[in-house]
Design a protein around this ligand. Structure first.
Ligand SMILES: NC(=O)C1=CN([C@@H]2O[C@H](COP(=O)(O)OP(=O)(O)OC[C@H]3O[C@@H](n4cnc5c(N)ncnc54)[C@H](OP(=O)(O)O)[C@@H]3O)[C@@H](O)[C@H]2O)C=CC1
Ligand SMILES: Nc1nc(O)c(N)c(N[C@@H]2O[C@H](COP(=O)(O)O)[C@@H](O)[C@H]2O)n1
Length: 249
């Protein structure tokens, strides 16, 4: 797959999207029993090679890739689009972490690689940006910034979360026109339950789900209720997996 799959081009924002409001995509890979990770949040590789490559194409068409701080701690991900041919010179995605209390581990791979590959700065790796509460002690903010991350302070909601409804405004203030929210379970759930932006318009534009033909059994996910209805826009078979693109109704 040396080119972006056509069904992504047809249904997701392009890198040069000129939408007036940031496009918000929620995406995850799940098992047939609706789990996204194993017991205790243990990372499970659900996607096969084709759908994993598709995930990297998706990363490349969004300005930012967002995860919750637990996913950062549990998975220690790279959040790059490094499965794509480097000859394409695609701009690297901007990693964004929702981390209200600034628990960000300074040993994390996304920070380490940013710090240890200065020759690649601005080319294949971007500085991690952490969105945290404006009540985090200044000393802690300075400590994390001194390690090389950018910290963005925002007002938290009553649950102590980054309010999903305000994410588009935060993205706009950072000059980001689209975001791919990869997880984990809690972040996906709060976004699926918070359907409106601050201005009252729809919050989530696209939902892209990879369904892998396996059971996890005990694990993370699958227990949620009260979720929105989805309209399936496209279903694609990718190797062993099925990938669905849906719209929130
Ligand atoms: N299969 C897949 O596609 C994927 C699977 N995963 C899996 O997900 C698991 C982690 O999920 P989970 O434990 O739920 O953690 P998350 O990654 O969803 O992080 C949750 C934390 O993010 C912070 N947060 C900030 N704003 C919000 C908000 N609006 N809504 C919710 N949380 C917010 C909170 O931090 P605080 O507690 O500090 O306040 C919260 O505890 C891992 O096991 C990982 O492997 C992750 C991504 C994709
Ligand atoms: N698409 C997809 N399929 C899976 O099977 C997964 N486990 C995930 N997880 C997400 O990808 C992150 C890891 O990314 P890198 O390989 O380090 O680039 C992980 O943190 C989840 O967000 N996704």
């Amino acid at each position: 797959m040396s080119q972006i799959p056509q069904f992504l081009v047809d249904n997701l924002p392009t890198a040069s999207a000129t939408t007036s409001r940031p496009h918000v995509t929620l995406t995850w890979a799940q098992s047939l029993d609706s789990k996204i990770a194993g017991p205790g949040g243990q990372r499970v590789i659900l996607s096969g090679p084709e759908s994993m490559l598709m995930t990297h194409w998706m990363r490349s068409v969004h300005d930012a890739i967002l995860i919750g701080v637990n996913t950062l701690i549990l998975d220690n991900p790279r959040l790059q689009a490094n499965l794509l041919p480097s000859s394409l010179n695609l701009p690297p995605p901007q990693p964004l972490i929702l981390d209200p209390k600034l628990r960000f581990p300074i040993t994390s791979r996304i920070l380490n690689e940013w710090n240890t590959k200065p020759d690649q700065r601005g080319k294949t790796i971007r500085q991690p940006w952490i969105i945290c509460g404006n009540d985090v002690p200044t000393e802690r903010v300075r400590e994390v910034e001194a390690e090389g991350a950018r910290v963005v302070l925002v007002k938290l909601d009553a649950r102590g979360h980054i309010p999903p409804s305000s994410l588009p405004t935060i993205l706009e203030s950072l000059g980001l026109r689209s975001v791919m929210i990869e997880g984990g379970s809690r972040v996906l759930s709060t976004f699926l339950h918070s359907l409106k932006r601050d201005d009252g318009s729809r919050l989530v534009d696209s939902v892209v789900v990879t369904v892998a033909p396996m059971f996890i059994g005990e694990g993370i996910g699958g227990e949620d209720v009260g979720l929105p209805a989805l309209k399936t826009i496209h279903t694609e078979k990718m190797g062993k997996d099925a990938v669905m693109i849906c719209e929130v109704e």
